[in-house]
Design a protein around this ligand. Structure first.
Ligand code: SF4
Ligand code: SF4
Length: 261
């Protein structure tokens, strides 16, 4: 499995806390990455200067959603076009100095950590997510939520009567339809639990598993329960279950139609 963090078309900063600030819509996240990249651009490549800059940046940002998940102020844009998110303290970016000790972890953790998706996703699934998302925002929301990826691919496969494969994504209409389905992750109510997969913040800040309480809203379960759970389609998280279920069904059908053409 090739690392998931920097792929051919997409990049991820989830474990550096990309989505863990109050105010985690795409625009707010991009603004935050802009501000960090600008703030660090003129800073001397020394430990002291980066430590001070990291403290200034952190103090200027809103609080985390999950207090137990750290948010690193050294995560920013790697490229002039500001399309690729990554570590601005990495020696490949600073031009030599390894300044990752001045982030919220230390160099050895940053260097060695690989999230569980690396062992759970197959290379083909990873390729499908990379090719379909092809960005620095939706990709990280999706690639870190293996149950969501599996539930979506399994549901599409059920409709077309076979497994969706990487080769299907060579066709732009299939990519667009599947991306629209995955983009449910970006369209949830502000603060929705679905942004973080099938978990929610517990009282101590640790993630705890969720389930949709269908009985409480007096309805049967859904054939798309696995997808709905991952996107947080639970009225208690501010989302309209029936509306999201209809969206899931419509986007699944559209993806299946695009594959069948
Ligand atoms: S969450 Fe996983 S894929 Fe994303 S940057 Fe961290 S290790 Fe890489
Ligand atoms: S220093 Fe570590 S935690 Fe911070 S952005 Fe770099 S890799 Fe992520």
């Amino acid at each position: 499995m090739k690392p998931l963090c920097q792929r051919a078309r997409s990049s991820c900063g989830a474990c550096c806390g990309l989505y863990n600030r109050a105010g985690h819509g795409e625009d707010a996240i991009r603004d935050r990455l802009d501000a960090r990249t600008d703030a660090l651009s003129g800073v001397a490549r020394t430990r002291e200067a980066f430590r001070a800059a990291a403290a200034r940046i952190a103090a200027s940002e809103p609080p985390p959603i999950f207090p137990s998940v750290r948010v690193c102020p050294l995560l920013g844009w790697l490229d002039p076009e500001r399309m690729r998110v990554g570590c601005l303290a990495h020696p490949a970016v600073t031009g030599g100095a390894d300044l990752r000790d001045e982030g919220v972890y230390d160099t050895s953790i940053c260097e060695s950590f690989l999230c569980p998706s690396h062992s759970w996703l197959t290379e083909e699934e990873a390729e499908i997510v990379d090719v379909t998302c092809a960005d620095a925002h939706l990709y990280g929301l999706v690639v870190t939520d293996v149950p969501f990826v599996r539930a979506v691919l399994e549901a599409v496969g059920r409709l077309v009567g076979g497994r969706i494969e990487r080769r299907h994504l060579d066709r732009e209409p299939v990519r667009a339809a599947l991306r629209r389905l995955l983009a449910l992750k970006e369209e949830l109510e502000p603060g929705s639990e679905g942004l973080f997969g099938a978990f929610r913040p517990g009282p101590d800040g640790e993630p705890v598993p969720r389930s949709i309480d269908y009985a409480a809203i007096e309805r049967e379960g859904s054939p798309w329960d696995a997808i709905l759970l991952c996107v947080g389609a639970d009225p208690r998280s501010g989302n309209d279950l029936d509306r999201i279920e209809a969206e899931v069904r419509e986007r699944l059908d559209a993806t299946a139609r695009a594959i069948r053409v």
